[in-house]
Write a protein that binds this ligand. Structure first.
Ligand SMILES: Cc1ncc(COP(=O)(O)O)c(C=O)c1O
Length: 358
């Protein structure tokens, strides 16, 4: 095997080594079945056990009971931008907080679905570098939608808004399972798995039971949340292998890391190492406002954009990859999701110091 690099990719991103090793060891013979999960029927006992465990572990980690359905869909988080308004809006207006890129896309899709879509707070005035504090809440809204972590701008909600009786909906694609939070305050949570929960190809949707009453009967079957809830995500063939890897990741968080509190502590420590370094020097410049900084995606600039190519090339020589900022904003970004180790972040800071000196 060649040398593994230190992977700061924004998604798909690093997976815990122990998860990759287990998947490798079970690749040819999954639990004595004589075949890979890739070759196993989604209706087999073996796969159903994987699915059940993924559901149970998700509920346990997030402190949810059976009044929440844990669903595994395809189409990415981007499909949820449309499924949320299609399923939950009815005839009511829908409210969104715009914190950039992904929220902006979600707003666009709600409008395409013909819903009266209100932007009740936005940080566009400062290029989405912060999380807005004041939200114009409307009690008549079908839901309030936020994006808990902006993967591209490197901003993250520290605490979540109180929407009263209006269900809170969040895109948590880039920070689910990274910290402890009160998931019972949400009506619906969705997350493309490929950052903190597993590989690409599966989208986790967690929906409170009462919201299923809202699903319009005229929606095509595959676009209804109720289809997935009624059939335990087995109405049609689900992305079995992706769900299997998610289950391994959830098991790793619970049994190896020791749960979400511990995970959060590690993530805090990693983010502090990077931000403390950024704050203590004047070569690099962090781009997110300090009170809104993400613990998952650390975005920063070099003194001159022309230096980026050299930074990335030297980083690659040092075995550090995935540090290029999103093409829409440029700059640099270190994605330090759950699977990134404290050691990896220290190595990055050492490299940054060295580069700055040169
Ligand atoms: C916060 C957030 N939402 C949505 C998406 C889109 O996810 P997908 O590619 O699964 O549609 C991304 C992708 O990076 C993201 O970071």
């Amino acid at each position: 095997m060649g040398q593994r690099v230190i992977n700061f990719n924004p998604g798909p991103s690093a997976l815990p080594l122990a998860v990759l090793e287990q998947a490798k060891s079970e690749m040819l013979d999954f639990q004595g079945s004589g075949m890979s999960v890739l070759e196993t029927s989604h209706r087999s006992k073996n796969f159903e056990a994987v699915l059940d465990s993924a559901i149970t572990r998700t509920r346990r980690l997030l402190g949810l009971d059976e009044s929440y359905h844990v669903l595994f869909l395809q189409g990415g988080a981007s499909m949820q931008f449309a499924m949320v308004p299609m399923n939950l809006a009815g005839d009511k207006p829908v409210d969104y907080v715009d914190t950039g890129t992904w929220s902006t896309k979600a707003i666009k899709e709600a409008r395409i679905c013909g819903k009266q879509t209100r932007v009740v707070a936005s940080s566009e005035d400062e290029k989405f570098t912060y999380i807005p504090e004041k939200i114009a809440l409307n009690p008549d809204a079908a839901y309030l939608h936020i994006t808990s972590n902006n993967t591209i701008r490197g901003t993250q909600w520290r605490s979540f808004p109180d929407a009263g009786n209006v269900p809170l909906v969040s895109d948590m694609s880039s920070d689910i399972f990274s910290r402890r939070f009160d998931a019972r305050r949400f009506g619906l949570i969705y997350a493309g798995a490929q950052k903190n929960a597993g590989p690409a190809g599966v989208t986790l949707v967690i929906i409170r039971d009462d919201l299923l009453q809202r699903v319009p009967k005229e929606l095509p079957t595959m676009f209804r949340y109720s289809t997935y809830a009624d059939n335990r995500s087995l109405y049609n063939t689900p992305p079995c292998f992706s769900i299997y890897v998610c289950e391994l990741v959830l098991k790793w968080i619970e049994e190896t890391v020791g749960g979400l509190d511990r995970m959060e502590k590690i993530n805090e420590e990693k983010a502090a190492i990077l931000y403390d370094y950024l704050d203590g020097q004047d070569f690099y410049r962090g781009t997110a406002r300090p009170d809104s900084r993400s613990r998952m995606n650390v975005t920063f600039l070099l003194p001159e954009a022309e230096m980026e190519k050299e930074f990335l090339a030297r980083a690659a020589d040092a075995g550090l990859c995935g540090l290029k900022g999103h093409r829409s904003v440029g700059g640099l970004r270190a994605s330090i999701y759950n699977a990134t180790t404290i050691e990896a972040v220290r190595t990055l800071v050492d490299f940054m110091k060295h580069f700055a000196k040169r």
